[in-house]
Design a protein around this ligand. Sequence first.
Ligand code: 5GP
Length: 122
Amino acid sequence: MVYDEQNVFSKILRGEIPVNSVYEDEYALAFEDINPQAPVHLLVIPKGSYVSLDDFTMKASEKEVAGFFMAVGQVAREAGLSESGYRILANHGNDANQEVPHFHVHIVGGRNVGKMISLKDN
Ligand code: 5GP
């Protein structure tokens, strides 16, 4: 799995593309999705260069993995979603229609987001 340094989230990490960021620490950056699917739709990305969850869990250190997922929880709390609820989701590869090849977790909430994600064919 070769990481493409020109992907949009890599550019965001380098400060080449502006985002509405909501959280940052040494392991993660979180920002608003440009095309929100719910009243709250945030993306959390690791600081390191990983293509997807598959790459991340193969190559990242335990500290990076722990730091990243602690950040996901923190971002959701800071967004005020702990009580009402929220969904996290991560796409890996073609069958999941992953668009940006830098690992990211979506946090969606702010309304009832339904019982299941869409599993319909494209
Ligand atoms: P994926 O399908 O890869 O899981 O999701 C990629 C997400 O990144 C999409 O929800 C899309 O709206 C978001 N996205 C793509 N380009 C940009 C961008 O330049 N800025 C922001 N904030 N989000 C982006």
